[in-house]
Design a protein around this ligand. Structure first.
Ligand code: ADP
Ligand code: MG
Length: 646
């Protein structure tokens, strides 16, 4: 009997493998077909020809035409990766870099991280074999530090140029400079909207290659009156579409994780109540902190007879293309970073989008068939209240980090740096002042030794300073832990609605009387003692995912400490030394990691310090008299990075 069973099993296995193979063949077919159906496909040859003929080319095409996923493959096939050279492609968003790399690896039938890989802050998924490398614009910015001529690249694609993030804007100046002394480097600037002329002009009149779009008409609907609660309005709209409109997937634009989760819950509840009367509605969230396997779900084809609704941040505006979207719901808002150079305060607020954004969003409904876009605002508001374009990030955020990297690249004269649009003078001055206060620049504005070491860290200059200061106070292990915990963008704790009291009690158990930084350290250390247990996280209402990320970040930071030759020491120093090292971050009496304005001003991650420590850590900046005088003006204007509101 055993024998027969074994044979049967064998047979089943073979059958299964055969099945898998044919499924795979089917999938291959569809991948090939998809590739050929993209608008960029017919332009493959002329595009490669143009790239051969010109060093710099501006490529413009509708979102979803295949620029990001196809062009690097075409270049690879055309031999641009011979001689061990790579094709680089930058993305403003982490999620996009990962997702697009995964897609291209799948299309090329290779393992992600081998021939096709990605590199984002604190995570490098590439190898020696990598020939197509997607990365965030921030990562490329940092790569300049180790490879100022980008020698390992044959082609660099600055993608999604229209997004005008801070790093992309700075890259424009850097790569333009490089093309002058590396005639063999090809540069593509790729953009979705109509900024092409502006880019062309900046890049010495580089030719523009236009990929004609294939867009179906999109009917736009407005509300008659403004919506008081747009999340609720989204839920109602989704259900109305689902009940009355022909099949076709829905894309909803929300501003962040919290809103998206609320909306998912509301939709789940209400569809459950309606029951089987309606067709199946598959509800899928997508935002930056969602684990990547969950993110990937938005690309799964919708089963026959069902409808998919994707609830997304403006990741889905241009960076990610989801096929078969017919309906778009646009409440007209997005979260935006802003920086007030007078108060030194960063804010992260929900603001109305621009007309350009609204049109991008609507366009997402017309890729495969005529579509509909439901704007949850009035036609009047669209016409008279929305700005034409979104202000580029460089003109509205804190430049500390960017200025430090530029200084480390030897670019001293920032006032005359080749900016596509220059930042406001005050913001630049403030960044210089902040770096001076941190000891990264001397009073001539030149990079100091400390500044050079600080530039090694892909963090805010303040965190970098804290890491350096840990050397003196002999608490590098502790500080690396704190820095890693501060760098985790998602929240550490969770509070399930039915267990709020338990969750809050668990949280209180970690409290350190001297402040949040030490509390964070407590949490990490206790978790580490359990050998990074999932169960422990579960019992303490701690997010396992955030902790895992903290561990990865910690590892990266520790290796950077090695690079700047700081020994990892722990257990030598007391709380006071640790707090002194934190004080090197600079604000006084209490140290806050972030000062954010959401509904009101919030200091986040606060630690109590003594004012005289400031003299000790920054004698060049603070004089004892100033510290005694509580009304003095030398309130450090340094603030941390702003992040999600919670
Ligand atoms: P563009 O850069 O011009 O906006 P993309 O190259 O990003 O266009 O997208 C082209 C096509 O690739 C999309 O229509 C979509 O079908 C497909 N695609 C992109 N990313 C993924 C993914 N992660 N999974 C499945 N399909 C994808
Ligand atoms: Mg793209």
């Amino acid at each position: 009997i055993d024998f027969i069973q074994a044979l049967q099993l064998e047979g089943n296995k073979e059958k299964k493998e055969e099945q898998e193979k044919s499924e795979y063949r089917k999938m291959r077919m569809t991948i090939e077909e998809t590739k050929k159906s993209l608008p960029v496909y017919p332009f493959r040859e002329p595009l490669i020809e143009a790239i051969r003929n010109y060093q710099i080319l501006i490529v413009e095409g509708e979102t979803g035409s295949g620029k990001t996923t196809q062009i690097p493959q075409y270049l690879h096939e055309a031999g641009f990766t011979a001689d061990d050279k790579k094709i680089g492609c930058t993305q403003p968003r982490r999620v996009a870099a990962m997702s697009v790399a995964a897609r291209v690896a799948q299309e090329m039938n290779v393992k992600l991280g081998n021939e096709v890989g990605y590199s984002i802050r604190f995570e490098d998924c590439t190898s020696d074999r990598t020939v197509i490398k997607y990365m965030t614009d921030g990562t490329l910015h940092r790569e300049f530090l180790s490879e100022p001529d980008l020698a390992s690249y044959s082609v660099m694609i600055i993608d999604e140029a229209h997004e005008r993030t801070l790093h992309t804007d700075i890259l424009f100046g850097l790569v333009k400079d490089i093309t002058r002394f590396r005639p063999d480097l090809k540069l593509l600037i790729s953009s979705a909207t109509l900024d092409a002329e502006k880019f062309s002009k900046f890049f010495d009149d580089a030719p523009i290659f236009r990929i004609p779009g294939r867009r179906f008409p999109v009917d736009i609907y407005y509300t008659k009156a403004p919506e008081a609660d747009y999340v609720d309005a989204c839920v109602v709209s989704v259900l109305q579409i689902h009940a009355t409109q022909p099949l076709g997937d829905i894309l909803v634009f929300l501003t962040g994780q919290e809103e998206i989760e609320t909306c998912v819950e509301m939709l789940q509840e209400r569809t459950k109540k309606i029951g089987k009367k309606l067709k199946e509605l598959i509800i899928l969230p997508v935002y930056a902190n969602l684990p990547s396997d969950m993110q990937a779900k938005i690309f799964d084809p919708t089963p026959e007879g069902a409808r998919k609704v994707v609830l997304a941040t403006n990741i889905a505006e241009t960076s990610l293309t989801i096929d078969n979207i017919i309906y778009v719901i646009d409440p007209g808002f997005a979260k935006q970073n802003n920086f007030n150079s007078k108060t030194g305060m960063e804010s992260l607020m929900v603001v109305p989008i621009s007309k350009a954004s609204a049109n991008q969003r609507a366009g997402r409904a017309g890729r495969v068939a005529p579509g509909k876009c439901f704007r949850l605002y009035t036609a009047w508001a669209y016409k008279y209240e929305l700005e034409e374009n979104t202000t580029p990030e460089i003109q509205r955020i804190n430049l500390g980090n960017a200025v430090l990297t530029l200084k480390a690249l030897g670019i001293n004269d920032l006032i005359h740096f080749d900016f596509l649009d220059p930042p406001p003078h005050e913001t630049l001055v403030l960044a210089l002042e902040q770096l001076y206060a941190l000891g990264a620049l001397n009073h001539h504005g030149e990079l100091t030794k400390a500044g050079r070491r600080m530039a090694e860290f892909p963090t805010d200059p303040m965190l970098a300073k804290m890491l350096l200061a840990s050397e003196k106070y002999k608490c590098s292990e502790e500080i690396v832990t704190i820095a890693a915990m501060l760098s985790v963008n998602s929240s550490i704790f969770y509070r399930p609605k039915d267990k709020i009291i338990h969750a809050d009690t668990a949280r209180k158990n970690f409290f350190h009387p001297k402040g949040d930084h030490l509390t964070l350290m407590n949490i990490y250390n206790q978790w580490a003692e359990t050998e990074h247990s999932v169960q422990w996280c579960y019992e303490n209402f701690v997010q396992y995912r955030s902790m895992k990320r903290a561990r990865d970040v910690r590892e990266q930071l520790a290796s950077l400490m090695d690079r700047v030759e700081i020994e990892m020491i722990s257990g030598v120093s007391d709380d006071t030394s640790i707090r002194k090292a934190i004080t090197a971050e600079l604000p006084r009496w209490v140290i806050y990691h972030e000062l954010v304005f959401t509904s009101k001003e919030f200091m986040r991650q606060v630690t109590e310090i003594e004012s005289k420590w400031l003299l000790e850590v920054a004698p060049h900046y603070y004089k004892s008299k100033e510290l005694e005088d509580s009304t003095n003006k030398k309130m450090p204007k340094t603030v941390g990075k702003s992040s999600d509101t919670k």
